[in-house]
Design a protein. Structure first.
Length: 614
């Protein structure tokens, strides 16, 4: 076989178990030169273990792993470990800092916002250390890059830079990531680890979604056929005489093989969880010209600086009922600080935040929750509540909520210490939702969650009948969930945008291409003139103005009210007409009070907005 035909990596019949838990069995795949491969799996099913096995950091039960001879492999781990006393430069080059390499290192590290090459690694945060580790693996220019969650701890600007970097040239890589935009734009092959087996899809993430659904549909059809045949064969087995000839024994063996197929447990897509019992009043919260700054912070060189870092300056915002807001911006611009001020965990310097009386926050923080390691998963949830009231007489038990977020009945009775990092984040999310809040505040909820869980969370938030604020660098997630953005630009500059992240980026590019002058604003202006929303984030005018989003809401309310009034008139006419059947009268009688309630609610909201407009 010629050198060109030899794959960079060839894995054959690989199996790995921990005690009674089988992570994968008899899996095979290969990676050829120039292929950019994304590995997808649910939390706890062995993604990171597989990468560790490939890099020789962990053993396996059986099978073979063959790298092409003289292949240089670079690995980015989820939690890299450095000597705290070595410098950033030494960490990147293992004490071999030739001038050309140092220049290249500066370029890459600057893109990742690490600027002091002489700073000690022990002075860096965990996120900064992960970025140095990423720079390290990129700078060593391996033949095969193996990356475990490369976008964690990167802001949107860095992620987009890394997309371009990895997309150039003929790079070969294998990576685990939950960032679906990143997968779609970087990877040409998707490997899915599911049910202890690996499936290969030769396309990007969008192609994978299409073909995966075809695979699941085909498998369901296969199991359905097997179930039909199984019932017939089971009847035969029950009445078959004890003395069995050769043909009978052959049929019996075939029966047991058929039974395996018929009893396969397929991943059933969860029903969408819709709560109707969440109530929140018309007043949510109002930021009344708040300001916040920190005077003592470290600069990029790790030195303390005296000039203040401005988070907010005379910031006014009135949060609308049922609003789903996304907050984006580079690291250090104050996104998490803003959330903590809203929750009363960090004081404001000037102004005030007024919270509505009916608001009940549910807060999912970056730091997470400290669990009792010896507690069972189900007990963590039932300590909060036994069930969530969904309204209309429906309740969701603690066990059902866990199952909705893909904790099997067996996993629910496992101890917390057995959970993977992603499963712990998922359990923390369940503790927040179990409190039945009407206003969810989620700070980087997508970190360490697998793609299937992200899809479930997206559906939950889309259907959530309260308010939502999400801070996230996951562009795909933001596009699915939010309808409005606050973009933190740094030093107190905040842009208010009525749309999702992709729409914002398109608008930003359009503005830049139209005229560089139109995107330039005076940094000391009290009124933001570049926002397409019509809402001013910095102003001294005490008059409350409708936002762009509220104007659109008002227009929609007028259409809805007209349609509801027409329906009401139609029902009242039918009830008085004398030609309506008893069943139709019953249905109309049930609909009419609901229709009146909806009309009252929408009319009240329209009046609230019209008072502001006047």
């Amino acid at each position: 076989m010629s050198r060109l035909m030899v794959p960079y990596l060839d894995v054959q019949h690989l199996s790995k178990s921990f005690g009674a838990l089988t992570l994968f069995h008899d899996i095979s795949f290969s990676i050829g030169e120039g292929q950019r491969v994304g590995l997808i799996a649910k939390n706890g099913t062995g993604k990171s273990t597989l990468l560790s096995i490939l890099c020789g950091k962990e053993g396996y039960d059986s099978g073979s792993i063959v790298f092409r001879r003289d292949l240089k492999v670079g690995m980015l781990e989820q939690s890299p470990v450095f000597d705290p006393d070595e410098s950033v430069l030494d960490a990147c080059f293992n004490h071999q800092g030739e001038e050309e390499k140092v220049l290249k290192a500066k370029q890459v590290l600057t893109q990742l916002k690490i600027r002091d090459l002489n700073q000690r690694m022990g002075e860096l945060s965990g996120g900064q250390q992960k970025r140095v580790a990423l720079a390290n693996v990129l700078l060593t220019e391996p033949d095969l890059l193996i990356l475990d969650e490369p976008t964690n701890h990167l802001d949107l600007e860095m992620i987009e830079w890394l997309e371009g970097y990895l997309g150039r040239g003929n790079r070969t890589l294998l990576m685990v990531t939950h960032d679906r935009f990143f997968l779609d734009r970087v990877c040409s092959v998707i490997l899915e680890l599911d049910d202890q087996t690996i499936y290969t899809y030769r396309g990007n993430y969008a192609y994978y979604l299409e073909k995966r659904q075809e695979r699941i549909d085909n498998r369901r059809a296969e199991v359905a056929r097997a179930n039909n045949l199984y019932r017939t064969e089971l009847e035969w087995m029950r009445r078959m005489p004890q003395a069995r000839g050769h043909k009978a024994r052959y049929r019996e063996e075939a029966f047991y093989e058929l039974e395996k197929v018929a009893k396969q447990r397929l991943e059933e897509r969860q029903l969408r969880l819709k709560a109707s019992n969440v109530y929140i009043g018309s007043k949510i919260f109002e930021c009344q010209y708040i300001s916040k700054a920190f005077g003592q912070m470290r600069n990029d060189k790790g030195e303390m600086r005296n000039e203040p870092v401005v988070i907010l300056k005379d910031f006014y915002y009135n949060f609308s009922r049922f609003e789903k807001m996304g907050i984006v911006g580079n690291n250090g611009t104050g996104k998490s600080t803003f959330i903590k001020m809203l929750l009363g965990q960090v004081p404001v310097d000037e102004g005030r935040i007024v919270i509505g009386e009916t608001v009940k926050f549910g807060y999912f923080s970056q730091e997470g929750l400290q669990f009792n390691e010896q507690e069972k998963v189900i007990d963590v949830i039932t300590k909060i509540a036994d069930y969530v009231d969904l309204g209309s007489g429906k309740k969701l038990s603690a066990s059902q909520l866990l199952q909705y977020f893909l904790f099997t009945p067996e996993q629910q009775y496992n101890y917390v210490y057995k959970l993977s990092g992603g499963e712990r984040r998922k359990l923390y999310l369940c503790t927040v939702l179990m409190q039945n809040p009407n206003f969810l505040v989620l700070d980087e909820p997508t970190n360490d969650l697998d793609i299937v869980t992200l899809q479930i969370l997206e559906e939950y938030l889309q259907d959530f009948p309260g308010c939502v604020i999400v801070v996230s660098h996951d562009r795909y997630f933001m596009d699915k969930v939010v309808d409005h953005l606050l973009v933190f630009k740094g030093q107190g500059e905040i842009k208010d945008f009525p749309g999702n992240y992709t729409q914002y980026r398109e608008w930003e590019k359009m503005e830049a291409s139209n005229s560089s002058a139109s995107s330039a604003t005076s940094s000391d202006s009290k009124t933001s003139t570049t926002s397409p929303t019509g809402k001013t984030s910095y102003r001294h005018d005490d008059r409350r103005r409708l936002s762009y989003k509220e104007k659109r809401e008002m227009e929609q309310l007028e259409k809805d009210i007209a349609a509801l009034e027409a329906e009401k008139a139609q029902i009242e006419e039918a009830l008085c007409g004398g030609t309506t059947s008893v069943d139709e009268i019953t249905a109309m009688s049930k609909r009419l009070p609901l229709l009146n309630d909806e009309l009252d609610e929408k009319s009240m909201r329209w009046l609230e907005l019209s008072e502001v407009e006047s």
